[in-house]
Design a protein around this ligand. Structure first.
Ligand SMILES: [Zn+2]
Length: 232
């Protein structure tokens, strides 16, 4: 490929309309090596001005430059679905409720809803896409065979029947977010009753917040089964 003169001011003189972009690129360090030879006079701006044009052979037919096909939403979705023998998962970070989230060009959609819709058509008003995975419901699953349509009432009845209502707060070690264990909590209680240490010091030592130590002290959290105190 012929390298172009580094003297931009000379080259920018007398160039055709539509070459402004190419001149701007020349200000980027390292961009020069990838540049195409200067087009012949008479080339249309369409054949010279676009970024995509730089990837094809220079000036070989004005409209021949490669324009990548835009994938449809459906193609983009299924391309990101990982299929196991049972549940299918969208490769994405699940949301706070544990549902797979499909980022459709910035528009966030729940993966299982998209999967149902792409397979069966639009989701009727007032109905929800619910899970029925053979190995226990998995909110991330978007295998259409594991999805069914139901009302919110159906959903709550279904969750009650399966015991998967995640809204129940899990106490103590059962809570996956718990930073402490019963051993540590009892240690903290003992040290608090012995005295000589502040809640703040304990919080720093056990890697939790001061308020967590306070709740342990009052019995609001990590309530011992035989603790008859009213939660503060
Ligand atoms: Zn499933």
């Amino acid at each position: 490929m012929r390298r172009r003169s580094p003297r931009r001011t000379r080259r920018s003189n007398g160039v055709a309309v539509g070459r402004t972009r190419r001149i701007a690129i020349s200000t980027i360090p390292g961009a020069r090596a990838r540049r195409q030879p200067r087009p012949r006079t008479g080339d249309s701006p369409a054949a010279t001005g676009d970024r995509a044009g730089a990837r094809t052979a220079p000036n070989e037919g004005r409209m021949k430059r490669h324009v990548p096909m835009r994938q449809t939403r459906e193609q983009r979705f299924w391309a990101r679905v990982e299929k196991t023998s049972s549940c299918w998962f969208l490769r994405s970070k699940p949301n706070d409720q544990g549902y797979g989230i499909f980022d459709n060009r910035g528009q966030k959609e729940k993966a299982h809803r998209v999967a149902w819709e792409l397979t069966n058509g639009p989701i009727p008003d007032g109905l929800n896409v619910l899970h029925n995975c053979p190995g226990g419901d998995n909110r991330r699953c978007c295998n259409p065979a594991h999805l069914w349509l139901g009302t919110l009432k159906d959903n709550s009845q279904d969750m009650m029947a399966k015991g998967t209502n995640k809204k129940q707060l899990l106490a103590g070690e059962d809570n996956p977010k718990a930073k402490l264990t019963w051993v540590k909590v009892r240690e903290i209680r003992e040290r608090l009753s012995t005295g000589g240490v502040t809640q703040l010091q304990l919080a720093a030592e056990y890697g939790c917040k001061r308020v967590a130590i306070s709740y342990i002290a009052t019995g609001r959290n990590w309530k011992e089964p035989n603790d008859c105190r009213q939660a503060a």
